[in-house]
Ligand binder design. Structure first.
Ligand code: PMP
Length: 413
């Protein structure tokens, strides 16, 4: 166990204090926010960036010939560059602003269904995907006649890698996988699986929705053709996300939506499309939140990664110990390599009853299927209670949780 020094503790509290929302009471109890896999909280700098944009330089960007439009365009495009550097993308043009992970996957799946997939082709996903990485591919299968294949999940919440090997073949035209499972916390061996699928000629897609809040993503090192994530899970605003793609892959993809921004020239007879990244960004963009996401990147980059990761690890270990030592609770997902998520069920109570009672003590957890219904079926449960942690959570909060969890479980006995 890593022992956090006073200096480390002080630094962690200073980071936590940058999140104003965390410092509040829920009735008589201090808020304990353990729902970070659903969305993370926002630091002061991100909140201020939104206020500053609307207060001081709101204007439509890119084509405006005036001071405010220029200022907005510069801020928005500099945010794109920050994100490019943050994920180690080759060029800023390969960083497309979307609404979030869901829109990113829909953009890729619908484009591939129109331009690339044929009847009999196989799309391979994993058994622990979020619905956002299942349904768009089912829709692509309906359109193209392709077939969906699924890598099974082992009892401990890891992917069955032997089965993965057997499922991958020359027929695999798309391989789309989740990096970190939002429901189990499993960190999947993304780089290795992507390399295997790519060797067979598949287009690879990586759902980084959970990963971006926990560690730094390097898209080139991962070798993926596409990567998607949401701003709101990395301390940025809601309604904004990123689609990264290798240049040739993006260029081969047909536009997703038609309208302003995405065109070069329009006549009633024919339209030519704009260059990257604009050909995938039809209409007025989400300017404020795009700028806000750049501030979230600045914030993440200001953190001492080693300390943050050690702290998250410590919190995960503590949460796992608390839950596994509470009688009648069973943890779903015990992978060797996990991010800060602990999902559990009780043999006596429904997850939603546990969640509702914990809320009475100011403790915010998520209950239900976590948009992973096939995964819940795999484990034979209707849903779980999910504790998901971030670096601004504290050991004291976990002590509060341990006390109230015991109380709640004895109430439900
Ligand atoms: N994939 C994963 C792994 C997720 O955790 C989520 C959000 N819970 C999504 C996709 C969808 O993200 P969004 O709702 O922000 O589009």
């Amino acid at each position: 166990m890593v022992v956090e020094t006073d200096q480390t503790q002080e630094m962690l509290y200073a980071i936590r204090n940058q999140f104003p929302i965390l410092n509040q009471m829920v009735g008589k109890h201090p808020l304990v926010y353990f729902d970070n896999a659903a969305t993370t909280q926002k630091p002061e700098t991100v909140i201020q960036s939104l206020d500053d944009y609307y207060r001081n330089y709101n204007a439509n960007i890119h084509r405006g010939a005036h001071y405010l439009a220029d200022k907005g365009t510069t801020a928005y495009e500099s945010s794109r560059k920050k994100i490019q550097q943050f994920i180690s993308a080759e060029t800023p043009e390969q960083v497309i602003f979307t609404k979030g992970t869901t829109e990113g996957i829909n953009l890729i799946a619908s484009g591939l269904a129109k331009s690339y997939l044929k009847a009999g082709d196989e799309i391979l996903i994993t058994g622990m995907e979020h619905h956002a990485n299942i349904v768009p591919w089912q829709m692509a299968c309906e359109q193209s006649g392709a077939v969906l294949k699924v890598i099974p999940v082992l009892d401990n919440g890891e992917l069955d890698l032997e089965a993965a090997e057997k499922l991958m073949s020359e027929k695999t035209k798309v391989f789309s996988m989740v990096y970190i499972s939002n429901a189990l916390g499993t960190i999947n061996p993304a780089k290795e699986l992507i390399a295997k699928a790519a060797n067979l000629g598949a287009i690879t897609v990586l759902d980084c929705a959970q990963a971006v809040g926990h560690f730094v993503i390097n898209v080139q090192d991962l070798g993926t053709d596409f990567a998607v994530f949401s701003g709101h899970k990395m301390f940025g605003p809601t309604g904004i996300g990123i689609l990264y793609g290798k240049k040739a892959r993006l260029e081969a993809l047909p536009p997703y939506q038609g309208g302003g921004e995405m065109i070069k020239e329009v006549t009633f007879e024919k339209t030519t499309y704009n260059e990257l990244p604009f050909r995938f960004e039809a209409g007025t963009p989400n300017i404020a939140d795009g700028i806000g996401l750049g501030f979230a990147v600045d914030f993440i980059q200001s953190l001492d990664r080693q300390t943050i990761e050690a702290h998250e690890h410590e919190l995960l270990k503590l949460a796992t110990d608390i839950i596994s030592q509470t009688p009648g609770l069973r943890i779903i997902g015990q992978a060797a390599n996990k991010a800060s998520v602990v999902s559990f069920v009780s043999d006596k109570a429904h997850p939603s009853d546990i969640g509702t009672l914990l809320d009475q003590y100011g403790i915010a957890v998520r209950t239900g299927h976590h948009c992973c219904q096939p995964l819940m079926s795999r484990f034979g449960v209707p849903g779980t209670v999910r504790v998901s942690l971030s670096f601004y959570n504290t050991k004291e909060e976990l002590e509060i949780f341990a006390r109230h969890l015991n109380k709640v479980m004895s109430m439900l006995a």
